[in-house]
Design a protein around this ligand. Structure first.
Ligand SMILES: [Zn+2]
Ligand SMILES: [Zn+2]
Length: 427
């Protein structure tokens, strides 16, 4: 069995693992390189036009795992397998991506024909592609996210895509796979970072929210549409915030899709109650800032979406009425994105709506906080997962420095490699 890393080799983004086995070519994940999980696309996987793909198995809806699927389908007309929530969510995210980046090689029609041909698969049920057998396992990362177990050529391999072992409010954690594996292909996003406990992060977050509201200000959460929006709604509901909580942007549509799949959620009733508690914003966005309130708005890295205009509105409130508001990031901001600029240089980047106009950099005088609710396994979860599985080979992908992670694993006695994009590994 040959594994070729076409994307996510020593990088986060454009995940694409090509398996050549039993006379077939199968890709696990087909993603785009994105600066933000909601926005701004920059790269495609290295899938040559000469290869005909026999099937694609998509781990989850984030664009860095699903965004290239319409191109795979356009070229190869092959079956594409994913869970039902991933079908709905990736359709939403990819259509949005096409609006933002018209240069993508596939069109709206290709997206539609891809999603009318995808095959929805439940967790824990084995499927066959000729002599290849595969099973999707719950990854605990976002609703519908899956890890993939695959058997072929008398080998058994496991691909984590993105996963989280610990429970969150929204999802049960990924279960440890059982048995012997010839290879584990594992994400390495947080191979160097321990996560602070969820409870501590939540308590710090709620303290900031309450202090801001008591001072008469508003709290803005720039938030990813899928997963984080729903989890934040649950956190805010659990602490009984005494102020209106608004939702704006794509998180609303994503929430409507997610609540339709209760079997993929840890406590669907709790999520539904938390979402029912949110107020939608109409055309007049100024209603939100007329009283102390909380706003959950896309995008998570301030690369676009209504979060930009709310940041400006809150800053104006500070200038005109001396009211202090807060901005809380609950997810990672890639260097150079709008969120990163705000955190590190206290400026908001406002891109022009009309072509030809200049991008503005607006100084922002608001409290900016980091309360990370990560949906990835931290260092402790990654090591524990690998040690319990004890696979014959570990292939480290989806990280900024996969080589040092692999080196550390080798020091601990594992046969670990960190292929770059274009490299192949024999299993
Ligand atoms: Zn992901
Ligand atoms: Zn990812």
């Amino acid at each position: 069995m040959k594994l070729s890393v076409l994307g996510a080799g020593n990088e986060v983004g454009r995940s694409c693992m090509l398996l050549s086995t039993a006379g077939k070519h199968v890709v696990m994940d087909a993603g785009l390189k994105v600066k933000d999980q909601d926005m701004t696309l920059t790269g495609l996987p290295r899938l040559g036009h000469d290869i005909r793909i026999d099937a694609a198995l998509i781990g989850h809806a984030h664009l860095d795992h699903s965004g290239f699927a319409p191109e795979v389908f356009r070229r190869s007309r092959c079956p594409i397998f994913m869970t039902s929530p991933t079908q709905g969510l990736s359709d939403l995210l990819i259509k949005d991506a096409k609006k933002i980046d018209p240069e993508l090689p596939f069109g709206r029609k290709d997206i539609d024909s891809t999603f009318s041909n995808t095959i929805g698969v439940p967790y824990d049920m084995e499927h066959s592609l000729g002599d290849i057998k595969f099973t999707f396992r719950d990854a605990g990362h976002i609703p519908g996210s899956a890890m993939i177990e695959l058997k072929s050529d008398k080998k058994r391999i496991f691909y984590t895509s993105d996963f989280k072992s610990d429970d969150t409010r929204l999802l049960a954690g990924a279960k440890q796979p059982e048995g012997q594996f010839d290879a584990l292909i594992i994400e390495s996003t947080y191979s160097k970072r321990y996560h602070q406990s969820r409870k501590e992060v939540e308590q710090g977050m709620i303290r900031t929210v309450k202090e801001t509201l008591n001072g008469g200000g508003c709290v803005l959460f720039p938030t990813f549409a899928v997963g984080r929006t729903q989890e934040l709604a649950m956190v805010l509901a659990a602490y009984n915030i005494d102020a209106p909580v608004y939702i704006d942007g794509m998180g609303r549509t994503a929430s409507e899709i997610i609540v339709n799949f209760p079997r993929f959620l840890k406590k669907p009733g709790e999520l539904r109650a938390a979402l029912d508690n949110l107020k939608e914003v109409g055309r007049d966005k100024s209603v939100v800032t007329r009283q102390p309130s909380v706003i959950i708005a896309t995008s998570g890295m301030l690369e676009g979406g209504p979060a930009i205009s709310y940041t400006l509105a809150l800053d104006n409130m500070k200038k005109q009425k001396e009211i202090d508001s807060s901005i809380i990031f609950s997810g990672y901001c890639v260097e150079g994105t709008g969120g990163w600029l705000l955190k590190n240089q206290q400026v908001l980047r406002v891109k022009p709506r009309v072509e030809g106009r200049k991008t503005r950099m607006v100084p922002i005088n608001l409290g900016v906080y980091d309360c990370p609710l990560s949906a990835h396994s931290g260092r402790h979860e990654l090591f524990s997962f690998i040690e319990k599985m004890n696979p014959a080979k570990v292939v480290c992908v989806h990280g900024d420095d996969t080589e040092s992670f692999a080196a550390e694993l080798r020091e601990n006695g594992f046969n670990a490699v960190a292929p770059k994009n274009g490299d192949s590994v024999m299993i």
